[in-house]
Design a protein around this ligand. Structure first.
Ligand code: NAD
Ligand code: DAU
Length: 353
């Protein structure tokens, strides 16, 4: 693995992964990050990396659905490894506007697979990043394993399920060297503040309402993003080609409890104090349509076969995440105001895909 194409590397997990790969891992090759910079992609997330690794990191603004451009890129950079993050990732947005999810998550993945197939002689690995949401919803008991049948419930999860099936089919049909990982809810630095944790941290800090969907008793498993990155790299290096690996944090939690944890930690910190407990900011709002009740993930296979375990506890991970958002107010302001999009327009001529 010398010339790695990372797709969607300006988004939350992709940016953390590139940072991990270049700063901390034993990868010694180069990274080509292709990202078309949707509202969720921000090259500022990696501006220091661009400066510190000028020979090993290159950013290309490009859409994975654009066949000719992506073909040139495979050729010019002699890509031998793909780590595919690029996606529309937010469930609420997929409910309001599913078309972009079909285009990027399904057609975009298909396009990359075709290019990987055309470059198969050189290709060492196509790693596909997916989600536990493809398995649908659990009752009170049980866990998703790699054998659980797919039963996606949102346009987002259905589009990710379709892409997983395509990746698997390219292994079976064309012997393309692939691995797939299905991961639970990530949190940590650089997450766009539309997702539960950054939204609640910022609203609670600012004394704004905390909108909790339905009764707040939906359960998610939370994984600190750095742990996700180490898991991906472990799978890429040592995972068996053609296999799927579940990744989780072993931290099942009801949404309302997560929100209360955030409130309590902020109440303790020497940030401007409020004269009421932040829990009082919680507002139960209309539920998300098709809202999956519970996700819980069994990642025994990854532990037993490849020796990976998450390192961060939920409490320490949330504390670190809160600190990151409070220390990076400028980033938050630019992302929330959309100011970074004007900067992208100046730099790259167009603000969106
Ligand atoms: P994100 O929305 O923060 O980032 C997605 C990135 O993809 C953005 O930089 C965006 O500009 C880019 N992108 C979108 N469409 C593109 C296109 N057509 N061409 C090129 N780039 C494009 O998402 P994330 O949370 O970092 O998720 C990354 C991947 O991990 C996704 O595949 C997602 O399904 C998966 N995943 C996410 C989580 C989570 O909790 N966030 C959990 C499991 C799996
Ligand atoms: O499980 C992995 C998935 O986790 C990833 O595949 C997705 O890309 C990622 O967005 C995430 O999906 P969720 O829908 O679980 O994440 P979200 O942060 O949107 O919501 C987490 C839970 O919190 C969910 O039960 C809905 C609830 N929620 C969310 C928001 C934004 C609220 O109660 N209020 C909110 O304002």
């Amino acid at each position: 693995m010398k010339n790695m194409l990372v797709t969607g590397g300006c988004g939350f997990i992709g940016a953390n992964f590139i940072r991990y790969l270049l700063e901390k891992s034993d990868f010694d090759g180069s990274v080509v990050n292709v990202d078309c910079l949707t509202y969720a992609g921000n090259p500022e997330n990696l501006s220091d990396i661009e400066e510190r690794f000028p020979d090993r990191y290159i950013f290309v603004k490009g859409d994975i659905c654009y066949k000719e451009g992506m073909a040139r890129l495979f050729n010019d950079y002699e890509i031998d490894t793909v780590c595919h993050f690029a996606a529309e990732s937010h469930v609420d947005r997929s409910i309001v506007g599913p078309a972009a999810f079909i285009q990027t998550n399904i057609v975009g993945t298909f396009n990359l697979l075709e290019l990987a197939r055309k470059n198969q002689g050189r290709l060492e690995l196509f790693h596909h990043i997916s989600t536990d949401e493809v398995f649908g919803s659990l009752g009170k008991e049980g866990y998703f394993t790699e054998e659980t049948a797919y039963k996606p419930n949102s346009p987002y999860s259905a589009s990710k399920a379709a892409s997983d099936h395509l990746v698997r089919a390219y292994y079976k049909t064309y012997d393309l060297p692939v691995t797939i990982s299905n991961c639970s809810n990530n949190y940590g630095p650089y997450q766009f503040p539309e997702k539960l944790l950054p939204l609640m941290i910022l609203n609670a800090f600012e004394g704004k309402p905390l909108p909790v969907y339905g009764d707040g008793l939906n359960v998610r498993d939370w994984l600190y993003v750095r742990d996700h990155c180490t898991a991906i790299w472990t799978i890429m290096k040592n995972g068996k080609r053609g296999e799927t690996y579940n990744i989780g944090g072993d931290t099942e939690m009801e949404n309302i409890r997560i929100v209360e944890m955030v409130c309590d930690i902020l109440d303790e910190l020497p940030v401007p104090k409020r004269d009421y407990p932040r829990r009082e900011l919680v507002e139960f709002v209309k539920d998300r349509p098709g809202h999956d009740r519970r996700y819980a993930i069994d990642f025994t296979k990854l532990t037993e076969e490849l020796g990976w375990m998450p390192e961060e506890s939920l409490e320490s991970g949330i504390r670190k995440t809160i600190k990151w958002y409070l220390d990076n107010q400028e980033w938050v302001d630019r992302v929330r105001s959309g100011e970074y999009q004007s900067w992208i327009k100046e730099q790259y001529g167009q603000a969106d895909c």
